[in-house]
Design a protein around this ligand. Structure first.
Ligand code: NAP
Length: 542
C-alpha cells in the first residue's frame, strides 16, 4: 500500500529555484512535495514587498531560461522589475507548469530529521504536516531569515513597526505619520524615497553609508525586448558561460591604470550614465581586486553624491568611506540621495550616536529622542546559512546542522554537507549564490541536483553524502577565491559580520559561475569524486 505521506523528494521553499526544482523532479517521474512558508509563491520576491522593492538586474535576463515558450510569451513592463511584477511572474510560472498541486502553502518547515535506518528524511512543518522523503532539496533562499537586532524596548513601542522582509500584503500608509527607517543597505535605500513621498516626516537612521548607483529604471523599450527575444538561446548560452551568469555585450575592459586621469573620468562618466546598472562595477578590470583602483572609482561615486545632496554636511555623511566600493553589495536606487534634499527627510548618524532604545513614543539615540508613529526595520538578513540553520536540521547520529556549522559553514561544492545524506542545497554556502544572477544560477544547480538524483535512481544507489575532507578542500577553494578580492575589507552579511556571534567566513564562491560549473562537472565526471555513496544501504520500501 502506498503511504500518501511518503515522497521521493521534498522541496523546501517555492521561490524561483524551488518552483523549478518541482518541475524538474516531476520530469524524472518522482513524487515530489514542496513546503512553502508563505501563502504564495515567489520566495524572496513574495516576502520583500516593502515600498520601492525592485530587482537590480535587468528583467530580460533575471528570469527563467528553461522554457523558450515562457521567455518568449512573458512581457516585462519595466527594465528593472518591481516586486509586484516578479511575484506575478512566479505565479504565472506556477500556473503555466501546473506546479500548485504539489505545493503546500503556509507550511514553514521547522524540523528536518534524517532517519538512518529507513534512509529517509522526516519533514515537519509549523502547521502540523509530517511527511517523509528520500531526498530533500533545500531551496530556502540566501536572503530569507530576517535579521531583527534585539533593540531594547521594542515591545514597549506604542506605534506600528515592520521589518521590510515581512511586509504586510495590504501595504502600509505613511501619510501624516512620522516614520523612522533603520538601515541603509539596498533595502533602506530603495524604501527611503518612496516613504518620503507620503510621510509627514522621515528620519533615516544611518550607521554605515552605502555606495549606490542610479537605477535609471524605465519602461521596457520594444526594440530592446525584441532584440532579446530574437536572440534568447544564444544569450542564455553565454550567461551559462559567464562568471556572473549574466549577459553583456561589452566585457572588454582594462585596468584603471591603463588610462590617464582625464580618460578615466570620461570612461566613468560614460559608465555612470550608460543605464546598465551593476555593469558599472565592471568599468575597469581591477575595481574589485586592487585597493588603489577601487578608491579611484569610489571617489568618483562620492563626487556624484556631493553633486546631488544640497547640504554639504548631509552629503559628507552620506559618502561611504569605511570600505571599498563593491565590498558590500552595491545598491541601486531611484532618487535616494535626492530624497535628502526634501524638507521632510532627516538623516540621523547612528554611528556617532548609536541607537540606545526604542521607547513607547519612538526612539532614543545616545544624543536625541525622536517621536515616531512607525518604525521600519531595513536591517537585513541572517544571510546564506540562516534559512538552513533555523530549520532544525539533524543528520547522521542526530548531528545538528547548527552544531556542525558552529565555526562556519562547510559544504562540498555548496550542495552537500557531510553527515546530512541525500540533502541538497540550492544557493547554499560555498555556492556562487548571490554573487551571480540568481535565477540562472539556481536553474543550473537544480539541473545538477536533478541529474544526481536521476543517476542514483537509475543505478539503485540509495545514499549520497560527502566527507569532511572534501568539505575542507572546497572551503579552501572558496577562501582562496575570496582572498583575491576586496570583499574581506567590509563588515558585510557576505562574511556574517551583521549577526553578532556568527563566524566571520566568506560564505560564497566567488571564483566565477563558469568556473563553478566546471568544478562541479569535473567532480562528477571523475567518477563522482568527493561524493560518498553508502552502498550498504538497501533499497527501502516507501
Ligand atoms: P543589509 O545590506 O544587511 O543592510 C542592513 C542595514 O541595516 C545596514 O545599513 C546596517 O548597518 C543596518 N543595521 C543593522 N543593524 C543595525 C543596528 N543595530 N543599528 C543600526 N543600523 C543597523 O540588508 P538589506 O538592505 O536588506 O540588503 C540585503 C541584501 O539583499 C542586499 O545586499 C542585496 O543583495 C539584497 N537586496 C537586493 C535588492 C535589489 O535587488 N535591488 C534590494 C534589497 C535587497 P551597517 O551597515 O552599519 O551594519
Amino acid at each position: 500500500m502506498i503511504d500518501e505521506n511518503a515522497y521521493d523528494v521534498v522541496v523546501v521553499g517555492a521561490g524561483f529555484s524551488g518552483l523549478y526544482a518541482i518541475h524538474r523532479i516531476r520530469q524524472l517521474g518522482l513524487r515530489v512535495r514542496c513546503f512553502e512558508a508563505g501563502d504564495g509563491v515567489g520566495g524572496t520576491w513574495y516576502w520583500n514587498r516593502y515600498p520601492g522593492a525592485r530587482v537590480d538586474i535587468e528583467s530580460m535576463q533575471y528570469s527563467y531560461s528553461f522554457d523558450d515558450g515562457l521567455q518568449q510569451e512573458w512581457r516585462w513592463p519595466e527594465y528593472f522589475s518591481p516586486q509586484q511584477d516578479l511575484e506575478a511572474y512566479a505565479n504565472h510560472v506556477a500556473d503555466r507548469f501546473g506546479l500548485r498541486s504539489d505545493i503546500e502553502l503556509n507550511a514553514r518547515v521547522n524540523r528536518l530529521a534524517f532517519d538512518e535506518r529507513a534512509n529517509r528524511w522526516h519533514v515537519s512543518t509549523e502547521n502540523g504536516h509530517h511527511v517523509t522523503a528520500k531526498y530533500i532539496v533545500a531551496a530556502t533562499g540566501s536572503l530569507d531569515a530576517m535579521n531583527l537586532p534585539p533593540f531594547p524596548g521594542l515591545e514597549s513601542f506604542g506605534g506600528q513597526w515592520y521589518h521590510t522582509a515581512r511586509w504586510p500584503k495590504e501595504g502600509v500608509r505613511f501619510d501624516g505619520k512620522r516614520v523612522g527607517l533603520i538601515g541603509t543597505g539596498s533595502t533602506g535605500i530603495q524604501a527611503t524615497p518612496v516613504i518620503a513621498q507620503t510621510a509627514e516626516h522621515l528620519f533615516v537612521f544611518q550607521r554605515t553609508a552605502a555606495y549606490s548607483l542610479p537605477a535609471y529604471n524605465r519602461p521596457t523599450d520594444p526594440a530592446y525586448e525584441q532584440a532579446w527575444k530574437a536572440d534568447y538561446p544564444q544569450r542564455r548560452a553565454k550567461m551559462f558561460g559567464h562568471f556572473a551568469a549574466s549577459y553583456t555585450e561589452n566585457d572588454q575592459y582594462r585596468s584603471v591604470f591603463d588610462y590617464s586621469p582625464e580618460e578615466r573620468q570620461r570612461i566613468l562618466e560614460e559608465a555612470w550614465s550608460a543605464r546598465n546598472g551593476l555593469l558599472f562595477m565592471r568599468t575597469f578590470s581591477d575595481i574589485s581586486t586592487n585597493l588603489e583602483a577601487n578608491e579611484i572609482v569610489a571617489e568618483f561615486v562620492r563626487g556624484k553624491i556631493r553633486a546631488t545632496v544640497r547640504d554639504p554636511k548631509v552629503a559628507e555623511l552620506l559618502c561611504p568611506t569605511t570600505y571599498p566600493i563593491g565590498a558590500k553589495r552595491i545598491c541601486m536606487d531611484t532618487g535616494y540621495f535626492e530624497a535628502f534634499n526634501r524638507d521632510n527627510v532627516t538623516l540621523v548618524d547612528v554611528r556617532a550616536n548609536p541607537l540606545a532604545e526604542i521607547t513607547p513614543t519612538g526612539l532614543r539615540t545616545t544624543a536625541d529622542e525622536y517621536d515616531l508613529d512607525i518604525i521600519v526595520f531595513a536591517t537585513g538578513f541572517d544571510a546564506v546559512t540562516g534559512s538552513l540553520t533555523r530549520m532544525n536540521v539533524t543528520g547522521l547520529g542526530g548531528l545538528d546542522l547548527r552544531e556542525k556549522w558552529r565555526d562556519g559553514p562547510a559544504t562540498f561544492l555548496g550542495f552537500l554537507v557531510a553527515g546530512f545524506p541525500n540533502l541538497f542545497m540550492i544557493h547554499g554556502p560555498g555556492s556562487p549564490g548571490v554573487l551571480v544572477q540568481m535565477i540562472t544560477g539556481g536553474e543550473w544547480q537544480v539541473d545538477f541536483v536533478t541529474k544526481i538524483i536521476e543517476d542514483m535512481e537509475r543505478s539503485g544507489r540509495q545514499r549520497i553524502d560527502t566527507a569532511p575532507e572534501w568539505e575542507q578542500r572546497w572551503n579552501i577553494e572558496v577562501e582562496e577565491a575570496a582572498k583575491r578580492t576586496l570583499y574581506n575589507y567590509a563588515d558585510s552579511w557576505y562574511v556574517g559580520a551583521n549577526i553578532p556571534g556568527k563566524p566571520r567566513i566568506f560564505m560564497i564562491y566567488i571564483g566565477g559561475f563558469d568556473r563553478y560549473i566546471q568544478r562541479c562537472t569535473e567532480q562528477v565526471a571523475n567518477g563522482y569524486e568527493g561524493f560518498v555513496f553508502d552502498e550498504s544501504v538497501p533499497a527501502a520500501p516507501r
